[in-house]
Write a protein that binds this ligand. Sequence first.
Ligand code: BTN
Length: 328
Amino acid sequence: MDETGDLEINIILNLKKAERYVTAGELSKACKVTGGQVSDAVRELSSRGYRVDRVPGEGYRLVGTPDGIDGADIRSDLYGNVLGTEVFTFGRVTSTNDVAVSLARAGSPEGTLVIAEEQARGRGRLGRTWFSPPGCGLWFSIILRPSLSAEGSSTISLAAAAGVAESLEEAHGIKAQIKWPNDVLVRGKKICGILSEAEFIDNRVRFVVVGVGINVLTGKDAFPDDIADIATSVAIETGRQVSRTGVLGRVVNAIEENYTELRDNGFDRVRKKLLGRSALIGRMTRVKTPNGVVEGVAADIDITGALLLRKENGSTERLVAGEVIGIL
Ligand code: BTN
């Protein structure tokens, strides 16, 4: 099945925003396409489980989205003070980060949440793909607009990772650790990955899209061979088929708590939580950085989110980016 294309996404967004009947003329103007293309796209959406009511003379109205993760259910679980003020749910997209970046560029507000049942081209860090099949996980992206310098922007995804780890532990009794920069691990296996993408103006954050992937219902045999031994899920760890919407609500609320703490009071409290949950602190760690491989004892995370490694020669190296390739 093909992913929901740009035109279809645009039509869904327009119909969701309107919450009323929208004429074909209004849609073709908003999406800059012909009336014929609008009706083809609506037909395509209907075949994917979107229920679009059509009334001659009045136009189109979105009355239902594909089953699974439902926007109304999600909203009722959220604090909704900052995150989830707008929620967009999709059946299949290329990547929720792609959709959220487009929305952010078009002016969508802080807190906008984009979630998809399935990603055709889910993206991981360092150009990797992210396994995002339907019915298994939570694949979502949040638009944030903090007043932060470019240097401090990586604290945002660290705060999100702390939120994911805390909520998994509180709700499901799973002991979750954080592997800098922002993987969430359980028993050393990855249960969640975070890909943040930011744009800046004059060295200040214009927006950050925080993309979160959590393996919730994925069974042991469902992971592809290359990650089968290093990935896990909530279902594997608890032995229970938990509700994805329930997990989502708790995770987003916990991210909101950490984000508002960071935004209002700075990084220090979140930083202490991260240190308490770190899979690295005090351990000999090997990190691949853009400037080569560095090895040392992980000593601290500083106030900008950088990892401090104490090397054998006694010097300290400050890493702002990189990938841990060994915990020795
Ligand atoms: C990583 O660990 O490499 C980061 C994985 C991030 C995956 C999430 S799923 C939702 C969002 N959309 C994407 O394409 N990627 C992120």
